[in-house]
Design a protein around this ligand. Structure first.
Ligand SMILES: [Zn+2]
Length: 295
């Protein structure tokens, strides 16, 4: 089981979890973060992407996540279906986003048992990549992969979705996530993903080698995107997350997709769905603004 040591982003998510659910969060690896207001010995509720469990009992399926994590029943949840007619309707120069890549050769690949994802962690970088949006600076904490995609973009579910999780500078809860859709193609392997796949170890939760991950090289050539206010897509489903969904998909090979899904299932088979999926079902839009931006 994994250790949570030195993984800043997960500590952040756990801190949000404690805040959101009023529960003490317990990680399987043994490290415990206590909600200061909480003194009972209750562990974090078990959840799964499986829908066929016993309704109302742990591990909670997606429709029941709220029983352990009340924020999952909120009105501004993620993912959502972004209709084709939203895309291609507006040009908003003032919403443009600027990405500032940097070469960090000390990124680490870790399996996050609590979220059933392999995650590339940038917390060890002296100069992590960052972006600027709406006059604010957001530093890249980590990126991770869901498969199939969580968002339905223009009516299509994609093979995978990568989330680049950023934190607003000088804050502890200003999260912004850039989502990139991935399709499977026969062009061969995606070379930008290769460093990650090269160190992915089916027998261990932490890759032994640090490596160079060029996160922003995963971005599509076309800078247009859709943006809305949503939540974390795994419990505790904390809201207040700014989502930026790139319109143009990237690609990976069938081998890369299959290997990723196998590596997740081997590590956290009880969390993945009956068909090996790690995506939350679509949530209600509830009247939220969804802006299409084409700089
Ligand atoms: Zn995610």
């Amino acid at each position: 089981m994994p250790s949570f040591a030195q993984v800043t982003s997960s500590l952040l998510v756990l801190a949000l979890a404690a805040q959101a659910s009023g529960r003490k969060i317990q990680e399987k690896g043994g490290l415990r973060l206590r909600n200061l207001a909480e003194t009972d010995d209750e562990a974090a509720a078990e959840w799964t992407y499986r829908a066929t469990g016993v309704v109302g009992e742990e591990p909670y399926g997606p429709d029941d996540w709220y029983l352990g994590y009340p924020d999952c029943a909120g009105t501004k949840q993620t993912p959502i279906n972004i209709a084709a007619d939203v895309m291609g309707t507006a040009t908003m120069q003032e919403q443009a986003i600027a990405f500032f890549p940097s070469e960090c050769n000390s990124t680490e690949l870790v399996f996050k048992s609590d979220f059933a994802v392999w995650q590339v962690d940038f917390s060890g970088c002296t100069d992590a990549p960052y972006l600027q949006y709406q006059g604010e600076t957001y530093n890249l904490l980590q990126f991770h992969i869901h498969s199939p995609s969580e968002h339905v973009l223009g009516g299509a579910e994609h093979a995978a979705e990568i989330h680049l999780v950023h934190l607003k500078q000088n804050t502890t809860d200003g999260l912004l996530v850039v989502g990139i859709m991935f399709e499977v193609s026969d062009y061969g392997q995606n070379v930008e993903l290769e460093p990650m796949w090269n160190v992915m170890d089916l027998n261990q939760d932490i890759a032994e080698e640090q490596f160079m991950a060029a996160a922003y090289s995963l971005l599509p050539a076309t800078p247009s995107f859709t943006t809305y206010s949503g939540s974390l897509t795994t419990p505790p489903c904390t809201e207040g997350v700014r989502w930026i969904l790139m319109s143009e998909p990237n690609y990976m090979s069938t081998w890369q997709l299959d290997n990723y899904r196998r590596a997740v299932a081997l590590h956290e088979g009880s969390k993945v769905s009956e068909v090996g999926a790690t995506n939350r079902p679509i949530q209600e839009l509830n009247g939220r603004d969804v802006l299409y931006v084409s700089p």
